[in-house]
Write a protein that binds this ligand. Structure first.
Ligand code: ADP
Ligand code: MG
Length: 360
């Protein structure tokens, strides 16, 4: 119940081969101690975060250093925990959450390169094994594409699901599928392939100038954790006083991973037609998210109405941002001089997000 700040960590990815070959300069430097420095002829600014991971940081270091393990434990204890990756297309959001793309089915990704999601699942399943059959785990996987919510686990062709609100549940998606799982293989294959050919492979992606595998949708994977065994026994069994067995309501937590679509400008990506409609929808929902974050960053007493209803994304993130949830934001940036303006915009966005207070 204590008020705390939204936790924001920053990851700076290495320069890519293309960026190095064309002679891009590195304009972002990590100074240690959670600070980064951006320096060019015209800009000189320092930003501070809970943690900063530089180009050399391993996937494991990011997992351990950003407190994801604690979030998994809190989710088991019944909290709603959200981890969202934010940044321009090509800044490393999907790499951080899921790791690099597998070269082929026969050449899986090396275990050391697996992302925050697979590491969290492993941690969750280990806890689950330790607690016997007390935890019931299930997953749902949604994308928001062109302001439509679609179920990535549905074996049917993708169609839009209604997003509703109720007093008890807040915003929720009607008829969303939720699939139970008990092993790491099951949840990872659900994430990558879905029950048939769904999951991440079905996520809307369009190739454009910045990134061949750029995601054009916001993807939300939610793990529902029901803790069944909260039972208390007390009293000695005697013939006159039988043992009292009291079962408390089960605890339910969630662990949600959000891979936001890139925040690039239409002009820079050379998008036109359908692509520019997509880009406008992406930018509009990220703008709505930014607007909610700015308002939430004001002290509680001075807060006005928070316009969660402005986009599907902000409706679905309402609980994680403003309510009783625990949220970690992983801001991702490229160190290249060519990405400077987007990098500064991500850094400002992330700095603002740090001022948001939450009361889990
Ligand atoms: P985004 O999801 O933000 O659009 P990606 O995660 O797809 O970006 O990353 C873009 C490219 O950069 C990919 O080829 C990815 O493998 C590479 N990349 C991103 N982050 C790292 C990193 N920390 N180390 C090595 N390569 C990375
Ligand atoms: Mg991506």
């Amino acid at each position: 119940g204590r008020e705390t700040h939204l936790r924001v960590v920053l990851r700076v990815r290495p320069l890519t081969c293309t960026e190095t070959q064309r002679g891009d300069k590195q304009v972002v430097h990590s100074l240690g101690d959670g600070t980064v420095h951006v320096s060019t002829a015209r800009h000189d600014a320092t930003f501070g975060f809970t943690a900063v991971f530089n180009a050399g940081a391993s996937q494991e270091a990011v997992f351990e250093g950003s407190g994801v393990r604690q979030l998994v434990e809190l989710a088991i204890d019944g909290f709603s925990c959200t981890i969202f990756a934010f940044g321009q297309t090509g800044s490393g959001k999907t790499y951080t959450l899921m790791g690099p793309l597998a070269q082929s089915e026969t050449q899986p990704v090396a275990p050391g390169l697996l992302g925050l999601m697979q590491r969290s699942f492993a941690c969750l399943l280990e806890q689950s094994r330790r607690r016997g059959s007390d935890l019931a785990l299930s997953a749902s996987y949604l994308e928001i594409y062109n302001e439509q919510v679609r179920d990535l686990l549905s074996p049917e062709p993708l169609s839009s699901l209604p997003l509703r609100w109720s007093k008890t549940r807040g915003f929720y998606v009607e008829n969303q599928l939720s699939i139970e799982f008990e092993s790491l293989e099951a949840i990872v294959s659900l994430l990558l392939q879905g029950p048939t050919l769904t999951g991440s492979q079905r996520r809307q992606t369009s190739a454009h100038a910045l990134n061949k595998h750029s995601s054009r949708s916001h993807a939300l994977l939610t793990i529902h954790i029901r803790n069944r065994a909260v039972s208390i026994r007390f009293g000695e069994v005697t013939s006159s006083s039988p043992r009292i067995h009291c079962t408390c309501p089960s605890k339910q937590g969630t662990l949600c991973f959000v891979d936001l679509a890139g925040s690039e400008r239409v002009k820079e990506t050379g998008s036109s037609g359908q692509l520019s409609i997509e880009a406008n929808n992406i930018n509009r929902s990220l703008l709505a998210l930014g607007h909610c974050i700015s308002l939430l960053a004001k002290p509680r007493g001075k807060r006005t109405h928070i316009p969660y209803r402005d986009s599907k994304l902000t409706r679905l993130l309402a609980r994680s941002l403003g309510g009783s949830g625990i949220t970690l934001m992983v801001a991702c940036i490229s160190p290249s001089s060519r990405c400077l303006s987007e990098t500064l915009s991500t850094l400002h966005y992330a700095s603002r997000a740090q001022r948001v207070t939450i009361r889990p």
